[in-house]
Structure formats: C-alpha cells, structure tokens
Design a protein around this ligand. Sequence first.
Ligand code: F6P
Length: 467
Amino acid sequence: MASSFGAAQVLVASNRGPVSYEVADDGSLRARRGGGGLVSGLSAIGPEAGALWVCSALSDGDREAVRRGVGEDGVRMLDIPADVHADAYNGIANSVLWFVHHMLYQTPLEPVFDAEFRRQWASYEDYNRAFAEALAQEAARGAAVLVQDYHLTLVPGMLRELRPDLRIGHFSHTPWAPPEYFAMLPDDIARQVLRGMLGADRLGFLTHRWADAFTACCERFAGGPGDTEIGVHGLGADADFLRARSHEADVEERITALREEIGEGRRAIVRVDRTELSKNIVRGLLAYRQLLEDRPEWRERVVHVAFAYPSRQDLAVYRDYTAEVQRVAEEINERYGTPGWRPVVLHVKDDFARSLAAYRLADVALVNPIRDGMNLVAKEVPVVSDGGCALVLSREAGAHEELGEDAITVNPYDVADTARALHEALTMGPGDRTDRTKRLAAAATALPPARWFLDQLDALRGGPASH
Ligand code: F6P
C-alpha cells in the first residue's frame, strides 16, 4: 500500500499521540496504546514508509518517558513544559477554539479576550512552534506532513517557513465556525489562525459544510484561500475491526450484564459519548423524560442506557456538565423509577467493551449533538447492531450529511421534537428498521480509516507544488 504515495516519508502531528505512559508503583513506565481512526489509518501505510508520529507529552508519565529516552518506534513525543501545554491545550484549544467551532459560548458573558487571553495565546504560539521545529528537524526532503486539528492551526504556516520543500496537509476533525461566529475572535487572532492553516498545501475537512465555512472565513478575513487546496474526507467506521472486536468474550459478558440492568423484554435507547459540552447529553435526558410524560405507555417498557465518559476534566465547565448529567439522570430515576425498573442506566467510567455491547443490543441510538465534526458513534452502531437499530440523529452532526436519509432527524435544541423522534424510533416496524440499518451501515463504512488516510496522502502528493 505504501507504493500508492511513492517512497517519500510521511509524518503525522497531533496533540494526543498513539501511546501514553504511566509511572507504576515500582517506578517503571507502563505504555498504553490508543485506538481510533488515525492509528488504524497510519498502520495502513506499512512500516516501510518510515512514518513518524509527532505528538505532545500530556501527562507526568509521558514527560518521564521522554526524559528517560523511553519511546516507541515511529513516535516522537515532545516534552513541552506543562504550563505552556496547559495554556495552549486547556486555555486556547479547548476553551476558545473548540468553543468557537462548536458555537458554545453563552455570549452575554463570554468570551472575554483580555490580557490573560493574550498571555495564553503566546503559549499556544510556543506550543505550535515546538511542533513545527520538531517536524522540520525530522522530515526528510519532500516528505508529506499531515497536521491534525485545532490544537495545531499555526503549524502549517510555521513549518512552511522552515521547510518550503515539504508537502503539508492539515485536517480538521471538528466543525468550522461560520464567519459571523468566527468574527468573535480578535481580528489579528482570526487572521493568524487562517494564515497559519493556509500555510498548508491542502486542508481537509469532514464535511462540505465545514469546508465551506472555512472558505467563507478566509474570504472575510484573509482575502480568500489562495492556492491552498481544500478537500472533504468523511471518515467512516472501521467495519472489520468493529465486527471482530464486538464478538469477543468481554463484550459478550457485558451484554449479559447490560441485559440484566435493562430488564427482560424492555427496549433500550442507547447513547455513548465522551462527555463534551457539544454532545447535548442533558437535552437527551430531558427528551427521554418528555417521552415518559407524553407517552406513559413506555413507562416500565424502555430504558435509556447512557454512557457519558469523562473528557477534559481539568476544565471546571466540563466537570460541572458531567455533574449536571448525573443530576438529571438521578432526578428521572427518582421521579419515574419503580422497584423493578430503573429508567436511566448511566455509566461514567470508560469501558470500550461495554460500549460495543450497548451498540449490539440497542433498539434506538440517540445521537443529538449541538454540533459535531462527524460523530463516529452514529456510524458505528449500525455496523455492529445485532437486530437492527433506529438512529435518532441531530441535523448538526457531520454524520448527518451521509446518514440523514435513513435516520430520524432532530433539531438538537428541540426537546419536545426529540421526544417525538424517540417514540417514532421505538415504534419503527422491524422490516423498516432492518432495511435502514443495512443502508446506514453501508453509508457509514464507505470510507474506512485506512482509505481515508491514504486518500489524503494521494491528494496531498498530487496537488499543486508551488507556494
Ligand atoms: O473529536 C474531535 C477531536 O478533535 C479529535 O480529533 C481529537 O482526537 C479529540 O477531539 C481531542 O480530544 P482530547 O482533548 O481528549 O485529546
């Protein structure tokens, strides 16, 4: 497969890398490899490509690994000072850029771009520069560099200055804000972000909607996208991996345990998310409560299985949001629960095998984000579903561009309509459900991670060379 992009070296850059380290009680370092689309995409190009993944040390264990010179082949972890990383990651990437692209601000009071913001922005520049310098140092002549996400928007421009010979791509896994919302950023910062990105030969987005929003921002703030190419690559689910993994023994065990929690003969409305503010878990619970109000015939006959796994817990607003999810779930259980029926089964501890178990037994999948780059859960459920699953899907999820026709579409803010959609999903006829699940699975797997990655590489190498 490496031949599809010739012999040139490939580098990937992202904040979070494919491996993390923990210091064990005896002082030794324990490595944990992560999964996800990028990891499987990268593995597809084969070891002969000499691919290198540049990422940041995120934890004390990671920093210790860098200091001890412990590492994995093909991974270079950058020991960025913890305070610089915290400013760049928590302060700018997650509290400003993530909020802008997902349109999450409560605008009467935020954002406030003050001296503290400027101080954190300087750290974001340092952190991006550390990546650009490491990539410049590691890349062979003519290598292809694929930079990932909103953490690293300045890297393409910085790297271009250092190494004009490289082919530079950047991929956004998030939505992109429309120009009216992006305009909240101070003008010089808005321009700096766009010009940083436009240092790339090619920019990738998950949907046309996000690509068009980026182009519109460039037109308003940066005189257009210039000769940077813009492409759309809708990352799909990894069917082979998911189907095999979801039939392993640990998943079967969890199916048995979950069936017990749900109770004999009951339907399951399943959601699985990292608890990000954009996932809209609270309104999902409110919609379920509305369903139990509007349609009392569902009481005792349905369970909402909600997995809300921790994310970005350094940020108070994320911790508060998790607490609110737990509070609303408890409130529903207290208000409607009976001795033999717990209406909401909420789990907050990450367990991939249990997620797959829930995917397999779901009657309805609820995916109702306020805004989402793609949302892979919407694509994974139909692939592993045992008996067919109706999908209630937000029109604001990137996945809606590909799955909308066979999903039940909702406006994520409209709780009453989401309750109606849940009822529609629960009452969908078995034939319709099976047919739709098959079509959803086909659409969801149209671009598997390996192909997604190789397509970008091919396009990057075939695009305009001049800059
Ligand atoms: O899901 C969008 C995304 O930007 C991914 O590309 C990325 O892996 C993740 O969010 C970042 O999350 P975290 O802050 O946990 O590293």
